[in-house]
Design a protein. Structure first.
Length: 132
């Protein structure tokens, strides 16, 4: 996330077309709230690719996103060791963490199969490690 850019989520009308952006938050609470507001707006299958240094707030954002999907945020933890955590809310949330994987190994997680499911949101932390 970069400074001097709004932490406001995109308007719902922008969803549906691929988008990318950087949002700046200044505290864990703001990061959580940004995720929650985006989660509330998601209506269709969505993939969010997150990157940033350790401690940048990727999991806090995902906790907020989960809250917006009706998932208890206390159930959402970093999947650094499990690689994929699955949470059920009004949509299924796949929380993927590629930190410990090389590009070749990320292909073997079955991400393609997860993406084929209906009513699914996928958050991929350390997305720059994807092998696609």
């Amino acid at each position: 996330m970069k400074e001097n850019e709004s932490a406001d989520p995109p308007e719902p009308s922008q969803f549906g077309a691929p988008m990318q952006g950087e949002f700046t938050t200044h505290s864990p609470d703001e990061t959580f709230e940004l995720g929650r507001r985006i989660g509330e707006q998601i209506k269709d299958n969505t993939v969010l690719l997150l990157s940033g240094e350790l401690g940048a707030g990727k999991t806090f954002f995902t906790k907020g996103l989960g809250a917006g999907l009706g998932i208890d945020p206390s159930d959402i933890t970093s999947p650094s060791f499990t690689l994929v955590n699955i949470h059920e809310g009004r949509m299924r949330l796949y929380h993927v963490d590629l930190y410990r994987l090389d590009a070749r190994s990320s292909f073997e997680l079955g991400i393609d199969e997860m993406l084929e499911e209906a009513n699914t949101v996928m958050v991929i932390e350390w997305a720059e490690r994807l092998s696609y």
